[in-house]
Design a protein around this ligand. Structure first.
Ligand code: 6GU
Length: 247
Protein backbone atom coordinates (compact mmCIF):
# COMPACT_ATOMS: atom_id res chain seq x y z
CA UNK A 1 0.00 0.00 0.00
CA UNK A 2 1.22 3.47 -0.80
CA UNK A 3 0.00 6.37 1.26
CA UNK A 4 0.71 9.87 -0.03
CA UNK A 5 0.18 12.83 2.24
CA UNK A 6 -0.14 16.23 0.60
CA UNK A 7 0.64 18.93 3.12
CA UNK A 8 1.70 22.52 3.67
CA UNK A 9 3.65 21.37 6.75
CA UNK A 10 5.89 18.45 5.79
CA UNK A 11 7.92 18.90 8.97
CA UNK A 12 4.94 17.65 10.93
CA UNK A 13 5.74 14.11 9.80
CA UNK A 14 9.42 13.87 10.64
CA UNK A 15 9.74 11.35 13.39
CA UNK A 16 6.15 10.12 13.44
CA UNK A 17 6.72 7.83 10.45
CA UNK A 18 9.82 6.29 12.04
CA UNK A 19 8.16 5.03 15.19
CA UNK A 20 6.11 2.08 16.27
CA UNK A 21 3.81 0.22 13.98
CA UNK A 22 4.10 2.61 11.04
CA UNK A 23 7.85 2.08 11.05
CA UNK A 24 7.46 -1.69 11.21
CA UNK A 25 5.01 -1.69 8.30
CA UNK A 26 7.42 0.41 6.25
CA UNK A 27 10.41 -1.77 7.15
CA UNK A 28 8.51 -4.90 6.14
CA UNK A 29 7.83 -3.29 2.78
CA UNK A 30 4.08 -3.46 3.36
CA UNK A 31 3.61 0.29 3.47
CA UNK A 32 5.21 3.15 1.62
CA UNK A 33 4.57 6.68 2.84
CA UNK A 34 5.29 9.65 0.65
CA UNK A 35 5.12 13.18 2.01
CA UNK A 36 4.30 15.64 -0.76
CA UNK A 37 5.04 19.27 0.16
CA UNK A 38 2.41 21.33 -1.65
CA UNK A 39 4.63 24.39 -1.64
CA UNK A 40 7.01 22.59 -4.02
CA UNK A 41 4.25 22.78 -6.61
CA UNK A 42 3.62 26.51 -6.58
CA UNK A 43 4.49 28.44 -9.72
CA UNK A 44 4.98 32.01 -8.51
CA UNK A 45 8.19 33.16 -6.94
CA UNK A 46 6.64 33.62 -3.51
CA UNK A 47 5.40 30.05 -3.26
CA UNK A 48 1.85 31.20 -2.67
CA UNK A 49 -0.39 28.42 -1.40
CA UNK A 50 -3.36 30.38 -0.11
CA UNK A 51 -5.37 33.47 -0.90
CA UNK A 52 -8.29 35.55 0.38
CA UNK A 53 -11.79 34.05 0.25
CA UNK A 54 -14.17 35.31 -2.42
CA UNK A 55 -17.05 37.06 -0.69
CA UNK A 56 -14.85 38.12 2.18
CA UNK A 57 -14.49 36.77 5.68
CA UNK A 58 -11.70 35.79 8.01
CA UNK A 59 -8.92 33.38 7.20
CA UNK A 60 -7.19 32.25 4.06
CA UNK A 61 -8.23 29.56 1.60
CA UNK A 62 -5.88 26.98 0.09
CA UNK A 63 -5.48 27.60 -3.64
CA UNK A 64 -6.47 24.88 -6.10
CA UNK A 65 -3.53 25.09 -8.51
CA UNK A 66 -0.63 23.89 -6.31
CA UNK A 67 -2.81 21.13 -4.89
CA UNK A 68 -3.73 19.83 -8.34
CA UNK A 69 -0.12 19.91 -9.44
CA UNK A 70 0.97 18.07 -6.30
CA UNK A 71 -1.73 15.48 -6.87
CA UNK A 72 -0.69 15.02 -10.50
CA UNK A 73 2.80 14.09 -9.29
CA UNK A 74 1.22 11.42 -7.10
CA UNK A 75 -0.86 10.19 -10.05
CA UNK A 76 2.20 9.88 -12.25
CA UNK A 77 3.93 7.72 -9.66
CA UNK A 78 0.82 5.62 -9.07
CA UNK A 79 0.66 4.56 -12.72
CA UNK A 80 -2.44 2.50 -13.42
CA UNK A 81 -3.66 2.53 -9.81
CA UNK A 82 -6.21 5.27 -9.24
CA UNK A 83 -5.69 6.53 -5.70
CA UNK A 84 -8.48 6.82 -3.19
CA UNK A 85 -8.35 10.49 -2.28
CA UNK A 86 -9.31 11.89 1.10
CA UNK A 87 -9.38 15.50 2.17
CA UNK A 88 -9.26 16.20 5.89
CA UNK A 89 -11.89 18.65 7.03
CA UNK A 90 -14.06 19.34 10.07
CA UNK A 91 -16.92 19.27 7.49
CA UNK A 92 -16.11 15.72 6.46
CA UNK A 93 -17.92 12.46 7.07
CA UNK A 94 -16.87 10.93 10.38
CA UNK A 95 -13.95 8.50 10.16
CA UNK A 96 -14.74 5.07 11.59
CA UNK A 97 -13.19 1.63 11.92
CA UNK A 98 -15.40 0.53 9.04
CA UNK A 99 -13.94 3.23 6.82
CA UNK A 100 -10.41 2.20 7.86
CA UNK A 101 -11.21 -1.40 6.90
CA UNK A 102 -12.52 -0.31 3.56
CA UNK A 103 -9.38 1.76 2.85
CA UNK A 104 -7.17 -1.15 3.76
CA UNK A 105 -8.22 -2.78 0.48
CA UNK A 106 -6.82 0.11 -1.58
CA UNK A 107 -3.30 0.00 -3.02
CA UNK A 108 -2.97 3.79 -3.34
CA UNK A 109 -4.34 6.30 -0.89
CA UNK A 110 -3.75 10.04 -1.04
CA UNK A 111 -4.66 12.32 1.85
CA UNK A 112 -4.76 16.05 1.36
CA UNK A 113 -4.29 17.83 4.66
CA UNK A 114 -6.67 20.73 4.70
CA UNK A 115 -6.13 23.62 6.93
CA UNK A 116 -8.81 24.91 9.16
CA UNK A 117 -10.24 27.74 7.06
CA UNK A 118 -10.60 25.49 4.08
CA UNK A 119 -9.66 24.56 0.57
CA UNK A 120 -11.03 25.94 -2.67
CA UNK A 121 -14.13 23.78 -3.07
CA UNK A 122 -13.35 22.96 -6.71
CA UNK A 123 -10.49 20.76 -5.53
CA UNK A 124 -12.95 18.18 -4.18
CA UNK A 125 -14.57 17.18 -7.48
CA UNK A 126 -11.34 17.62 -9.42
CA UNK A 127 -9.59 15.09 -7.19
CA UNK A 128 -12.65 12.87 -6.82
CA UNK A 129 -12.05 13.27 -3.12
CA UNK A 130 -14.07 12.38 -0.05
CA UNK A 131 -13.95 14.72 2.92
CA UNK A 132 -13.14 13.07 6.21
CA UNK A 133 -13.30 14.29 9.80
CA UNK A 134 -11.82 12.38 12.71
CA UNK A 135 -14.20 13.78 15.31
CA UNK A 136 -16.23 16.69 16.55
CA UNK A 137 -13.53 19.16 17.46
CA UNK A 138 -11.46 21.59 15.42
CA UNK A 139 -7.84 21.03 14.49
CA UNK A 140 -5.78 23.85 13.00
CA UNK A 141 -4.79 21.57 10.14
CA UNK A 142 -5.33 18.04 8.90
CA UNK A 143 -1.80 16.76 9.52
CA UNK A 144 -2.57 15.15 12.87
CA UNK A 145 -5.76 13.69 11.38
CA UNK A 146 -3.82 12.20 8.47
CA UNK A 147 -1.54 10.37 10.91
CA UNK A 148 -4.59 9.04 12.72
CA UNK A 149 -5.97 7.73 9.44
CA UNK A 150 -2.62 6.28 8.37
CA UNK A 151 -2.12 4.48 11.68
CA UNK A 152 -5.60 2.99 11.72
CA UNK A 153 -5.30 1.71 8.14
CA UNK A 154 -1.68 0.52 8.36
CA UNK A 155 -2.32 -1.75 11.33
CA UNK A 156 -4.96 -3.57 9.29
CA UNK A 157 -2.58 -4.47 6.47
CA UNK A 158 -2.11 -8.25 6.63
CA UNK A 159 1.31 -9.04 8.11
CA UNK A 160 1.81 -5.73 9.91
CA UNK A 161 0.69 -6.87 13.34
CA UNK A 162 1.87 -10.14 14.86
CA UNK A 163 -0.65 -12.99 14.79
CA UNK A 164 -1.31 -12.71 18.52
CA UNK A 165 -2.44 -9.11 18.21
CA UNK A 166 -4.37 -9.35 14.99
CA UNK A 167 -6.18 -12.53 15.99
CA UNK A 168 -7.58 -10.73 19.01
CA UNK A 169 -10.98 -9.20 18.47
CA UNK A 170 -10.39 -5.46 18.33
CA UNK A 171 -12.50 -3.13 20.28
CA UNK A 172 -14.77 -1.57 17.61
CA UNK A 173 -14.66 -4.55 15.28
CA UNK A 174 -16.99 -5.79 17.88
CA UNK A 175 -18.64 -2.59 18.97
CA UNK A 176 -17.97 -2.61 22.72
CA UNK A 177 -15.16 -0.94 24.61
CA UNK A 178 -12.49 -3.29 25.97
CA UNK A 179 -12.41 -4.49 29.57
CA UNK A 180 -9.56 -3.19 31.76
CA UNK A 181 -6.23 -5.03 31.67
CA UNK A 182 -3.46 -5.47 34.27
CA UNK A 183 0.08 -6.78 34.34
CA UNK A 184 2.62 -7.49 37.09
CA UNK A 185 2.94 -6.78 39.94
CA UNK A 186 -0.19 -8.04 41.69
CA UNK A 187 -0.15 -5.08 44.03
CA UNK A 188 1.03 -1.63 43.07
CA UNK A 189 0.88 1.37 45.42
CA UNK A 190 -1.88 -0.24 47.36
CA UNK A 191 -3.99 -1.13 44.32
CA UNK A 192 -4.57 -4.78 43.56
CA UNK A 193 -5.49 -6.75 40.47
CA UNK A 194 -9.09 -8.04 40.48
CA UNK A 195 -8.97 -11.47 42.10
CA UNK A 196 -10.87 -13.19 39.29
CA UNK A 197 -7.99 -12.54 36.86
CA UNK A 198 -5.66 -14.55 39.12
CA UNK A 199 -8.14 -17.40 39.55
CA UNK A 200 -7.23 -19.41 36.48
CA UNK A 201 -10.94 -20.01 35.95
CA UNK A 202 -11.36 -19.24 32.27
CA UNK A 203 -15.13 -19.11 32.32
CA UNK A 204 -15.23 -16.71 35.29
CA UNK A 205 -12.61 -14.56 33.59
CA UNK A 206 -14.52 -14.50 30.32
CA UNK A 207 -17.70 -13.47 32.11
CA UNK A 208 -15.91 -10.79 34.15
CA UNK A 209 -14.35 -9.31 31.03
CA UNK A 210 -17.68 -9.29 29.27
CA UNK A 211 -19.34 -7.58 32.22
CA UNK A 212 -16.60 -4.93 32.49
CA UNK A 213 -16.71 -4.30 28.74
CA UNK A 214 -20.46 -3.79 28.94
CA UNK A 215 -20.12 -1.65 32.06
CA UNK A 216 -17.62 0.73 30.49
CA UNK A 217 -19.52 0.90 27.27
CA UNK A 218 -22.79 1.59 29.06
CA UNK A 219 -21.32 4.40 31.17
CA UNK A 220 -19.02 5.98 28.58
CA UNK A 221 -20.55 5.19 25.20
CA UNK A 222 -24.20 4.22 25.64
CA UNK A 223 -24.69 5.05 21.94
CA UNK A 224 -22.80 1.83 21.12
CA UNK A 225 -25.39 -0.21 23.04
CA UNK A 226 -28.68 1.61 22.56
CA UNK A 227 -30.63 0.33 19.62
CA UNK A 228 -28.51 -2.84 19.31
CA UNK A 229 -29.83 -6.30 19.97
CA UNK A 230 -27.92 -8.05 22.75
CA UNK A 231 -27.43 -11.72 23.48
CA UNK A 232 -29.34 -13.12 26.49
CA UNK A 233 -26.09 -13.19 28.45
CA UNK A 234 -25.25 -9.55 27.62
CA UNK A 235 -28.81 -8.50 28.41
CA UNK A 236 -28.68 -10.00 31.91
CA UNK A 237 -25.16 -8.64 32.57
CA UNK A 238 -26.34 -5.21 31.49
CA UNK A 239 -29.40 -5.45 33.74
CA UNK A 240 -27.08 -6.11 36.70
CA UNK A 241 -24.92 -3.15 35.71
CA UNK A 242 -27.94 -0.85 35.54
CA UNK A 243 -29.03 -2.01 39.01
CA UNK A 244 -25.68 -0.83 40.39
CA UNK A 245 -26.29 2.69 39.14
CA UNK A 246 -23.54 5.22 38.46
CA UNK A 247 -19.90 4.16 38.90
CL1 6GU B 1 -9.86 15.86 9.53
N1 6GU B 1 -9.44 18.41 10.10
C1 6GU B 1 -9.57 19.48 10.89
N2 6GU B 1 -9.00 20.63 10.53
N3 6GU B 1 -10.24 19.47 12.02
C2 6GU B 1 -10.78 18.32 12.36
C3 6GU B 1 -10.69 17.16 11.61
C4 6GU B 1 -10.00 17.24 10.46
N4 6GU B 1 -11.33 16.18 12.24
C5 6GU B 1 -11.81 16.71 13.33
N5 6GU B 1 -11.49 18.00 13.43
Amino acid sequence: MRFSILTLNPGFFSGSLDEGMIRIAREKGLLEVEIVPIRDFTSDRYGTTDDYPYGGGAGMVMKAEPILRAYESVRRRAGADTPRVLVTSPQGRRFTQGWAQELQGASEIAVLCGRYKGIDERVIPLLGAEEVSIGDYVLSGGEAASIVILDSVARLIPGVLGDAESAEADSFSEPLLDAPVYTRPEEFRGLTVPEVLLSGNHERIRLWRRREALRRTWHRRPDLILGRSLSDEDRSLLDEIKEEGEP
